[in-house]
Design a protein around this ligand. Structure first.
Ligand SMILES: [Zn+2]
Length: 440
């Protein structure tokens, strides 16, 4: 489920080492993931495939029906160089992009070719930022083909990363500097991110012989976040990549059960051809992934597609292709039905409201009384010089802000209207958000 940029470089390097190549010489990171999972954790691979098939059947039986899904998101920023410690504004912009993309509210939906308009889909998802965790590290995060490392260390505080919040109830997104992929020490590609697909989460196999539940979530390179990211991403060819926050959309698509639209064939996983399918009916066949371009003339599989009754061009506008982020603007209805089935099935706990007990357990401070009348007290465990408290209305309007150095901050709420508010507290370890109530 990794997304790799500059795969042609990879292929060229493989050529240099005399390795056989599949047609077009394209290697896909998803296959690296699948290869590692299939060889190292066969039980887990079986679990993923079963869960995918169950979601497919559920989606076919329940294609319609609107439901709002609230998903709490924790973003872990694990940084070594200061540039990797992304400002909140970049994370918040990424949250906006996730919400727009999954709800099909992005401004560039009109760029979709007319022939695909009838299959453009949307979900009713509300990704809510629960916290930004910031961890300074001295580690380098490198995915290795040889020791089959899936960056477990970025998900572990003890190993220089950041421990997950309850992965059944939060979407955990780890952001770090993913080192260039190398073969024999020669950099050959850049992995932008990867995600664990759902695998019947409550039934994860126990024991060390499988990926652990606390590893569930999405890992992203820090340069892929937001449309306002100050860090440019260059290819090994020196060209600047277009980044519009769509790699995280792609990876969250994997996290919610989607596969690449060309069907994930290829060098490591078997043939890459028109016979491979992503299991979704309304994504047209493609013989391989796009080459990070927006080639709308591409029609790699000349065959009548059952769903359409005619031969269709490749769907480069789809988030689950490897096309340029400048033309990606849609999920299909079939993909949305599949993600909905995942949210009603293996990831159902993600969408359940968090109880106040659960929230209290994970916050780094205590708020009382809640509901508040004229005063709201925030009690910290220690004094701190860099804390900032902001109160937002449900509509997102900032209504109050304060700094808090002492162990107790007392906030005057007498001028606020009765109702619910989001309290955002930023300290040296990151930001957390909590819902509070004011009642007069
Ligand atoms: Zn992918």
């Amino acid at each position: 489920m990794k997304k790799i940029l500059f795969v042609l470089f990879f292929a060229a390097a493989l050529n240099a080492f005399g390795q056989p190549l599949q047609p077009a010489g394209v290697l896909c990171g998803n296959e690296i993931f699948q290869k590692i999972i299939a060889e190292k954790y066969p039980h887990f691979k079986k679990n993923i495939d079963q869960t995918f098939e169950q979601a497919r059947q559920h989606a076919a039986a329940n294609p319609e029906g609107a439901q709002t899904f609230d998903i709490n998101v924790v973003v872990h920023i694990v940084w070594k160089d200061a540039a990797e410690n992304l400002p909140d504004s970049v994370v918040l912009d990424q949250m906006r992009i996730l919400n727009e993309s999954f709800n099909r509210l992005n401004a560039d939906t009109s760029n979709l070719r007319d022939v695909f308009d009838p299959v453009a889909g949307s979900l009713d998802i509300n990704f809510k930022l629960a916290a930004i965790e910031r961890v300074e590290t001295d580690k380098l995060f490198e995915i290795s083909l040889t020791d089959e490392n899936l960056l477990a260390e970025v998900k572990s505080t003890a190993d220089g990363g950041s421990d997950a919040w309850d992965t059944e109830r939060y979407l955990n997104i780890w952001v770090c500097n993913i080192q260039p992929l190398s073969i024999f020490g020669i950099p050959v590609g850049q992995i932008l991110g990867f995600a664990f697909p759902p695998a019947g989460l409550s039934n994860w196999p126990a024991g060390a012989n499988a990926p652990l539940p606390q590893h569930d979530g999405v890992v992203l390179d820090f340069r892929t976040i937001g449309s306002n990211n100050p860090n440019p991403l260059f290819g090994l060819d020196g060209n600047l990549a277009v980044i519009k926050g769509r790699t995280p959309v792609h990876e969250v698509g994997h996290y919610l059960g989607l596969r690449h639209i060309w069907g994930d064939g290829g060098l490591l996983g078997g043939p890459n051809d028109c016979e491979q399918s992503d299991g979704i009916e309304d994504t047209p066949f493609a013989n391989a992934q796009s080459s990070f371009d927006c080639d709308t003339t591409r029609n790699s599989c000349e065959q009548v597609e059952t769903f359409y009754g005619v031969d269709m061009p490749d769907l480069v506008e789809n988030y689950m292709d490897y096309s340029s982020e400048s033309c990606q603007n849609m999920f299909t209805k079939g993909q949305c039905a599949h993600m909905k089935a995942v949210l009603e099935g293996p990831r159902i706990k993600l969408t359940e409201p968090l109880s106040s007990v659960q929230q209290a357990q994970v916050m780094r401070w205590k708020v009382s009384p809640n509901p508040a009348n004229t005063t709201l007290n925030v009690d910290f465990e220690t004094e701190g010089s860099t804390r900032r408290i902001c109160l937002y209305s449900l509509a997102g309007q900032l209504v109050l802000q304060a700094s808090a150095e002492a162990r107790r901050a007392s906030i005057n709420t007498s001028a606020l209207e009765s109702g619910l508010y989001f309290m955002q507290i930023q300290d040296a370890d990151g930001m957390q958000v909590q819902k509070i109530s004011v009642q007069h």
